[in-house]
Design a protein around this ligand. Structure first.
Ligand SMILES: Nc1ncnc2c1ncn2[C@@H]1O[C@H](COP(=O)(O)OP(=O)(O)O)[C@@H](O)[C@H]1O
Ligand SMILES: [Mg+2]
Length: 322
């Protein structure tokens, strides 16, 4: 959520910069239902990429799903190239990745390899422009959707560093986000009491006490509480694909176990998780279908969890050399 809010906060000191929030953020959902136009990468001024799949270099390595043909692809990323909007520096240099329904994928890689950029590009963060390639989500062209449409289509992202929203109560925030989604789906909104009944059992899932709901969003939360709160948002809003960027960072083993347990409980044969992590430790708690190693804006290697073991034992250089 941090990345969602920082552009919003910084815009107050720089009025020329449009307010913008990426898709997955609950706040984005709330604000978008108030019909505020917050995003600066609207379809009109975004470089439009309409590569046909057949036009994509078939020699590019494709980090496929599990290879099980009976599984339906949920996310298909082909030759995705993206630059930083402001400087035009290329960060993603041809990412290929297929995540099928019910799969858990892990992306590992050194700092600066482009993992967070990939996740932010997928949710439509305005800091980046897609310059080549395609992304199909549930059979639809994801790149053609506004960030809030991506969220409504079932994409959720937990950012690396969730930030505080001073003065906004956690339960009100979640209630508004949830109602915004229900409204857009044509379902009746839940009042405070009904929402309380809906959310209370979900607190157990992330092992949080009820008073957690009455505190301001992330204000004074420990690192672990912030991560739990992200998973609570996921549990409340639901998602077909949850992208979890370093959900394990700053967590002690108990908090990690709780967060992993909550993520595992949300997994169904239909929905999928794309988790980004530095540490194999997380993969002991959330078992990945496939592990991808990212390097310099590309997925260089894909394998099963033994790839993460090899990485831990031998380091990135050895993996790249194989
Ligand atoms: N908005 C941005 N402005 C400037 N540089 C950026 C921006 N986003 C990413 N980068 C740069 O792109 C590279 C990849 O960053 P990132 O995707 O955060 O890597 P990772 O998550 O793998 O550590 C880094 O060198 C980072 O400094
Ligand atoms: Mg990162």
């Amino acid at each position: 959520m941090a990345s969602a809010l920082l552009p919003l906060l910084s815009s107050s000191s720089s009025p020329s910069r449009p307010l913008c929030l990426p898709s997955n953020s609950s706040l984005f959902t709330i604000l978008s239902t108030r019909r505020l136009r917050l995003c600066c990468n609207s379809r009109k001024n975004r470089p439009h990429v309409t590569l046909r799949l057949s036009a994509i270099d078939s020699t590019a390595p494709l980090s496929k799903g599990s290879g099980d043909d009976s599984k339906k692809p949920l996310l298909e990323v082909r030759d995705l190239t993206a630059v930083i909007a402001e400087t035009k520096q290329e960060i993603l240099k041809g990412v290929n990745l297929v995540v099928c329904e019910g799969e858990v994928h892990a992306i590992m890689g050194k700092n600066g390899s482009g993992k967070s950029t990939l996740s932010k590009v997928l949710v439509g963060h305005p800091d980046y422009e897609v310059t080549r390639g395609s992304v199909v989500f549930k059979g639809e062209n994801l790149l053609d959707m506004e960030p809030e449409e991506r969220s409504l289509a079932g994409l959720f992202m937990s950012f690396q560093s969730p930030v505080e929203i001073p003065g906004v109560n956690n339960i009100d925030f979640l209630n508004m986000a949830y109602n915004a989604r229900r409204k857009q789906l044509g379902e009746p909104e839940l009042g405070p009491l009904e929402f309380y009944a809906y959310i209370a059992p979900k607190l157990d899932l992330v092992n949080m006490k009820i008073d957690f709901l009455n505190r301001n969003v992330n204000e004074g939360f420990s690192g672990g509480e912030r991560k739990r709160n992200e998973i609570l948002q996921l549990a409340v809003l639901g998602a077909d694909l949850a992208i979890l960027d370093e959900i394990d960072s700053g967590l002690d083993v108990d908090a990690l176990r709780d967060v992993a347990k909550a993520v595992n409980a949300l997994l169904t044969p239909k929905n999928s998780v794309l988790m980004i992590t530095h540490y194999r430790r997380l993969l002991e708690f959330i078992k990945p279908t496939l592990v991808h190693i990212m390097e310099d804006g590309r997925i260089m290697k894909t394998g099963d969890s033994s790839l993460a073991e090899l990485l831990e034992k031998k380091g990135y250089a050895a993996i790249s050399a194989v």
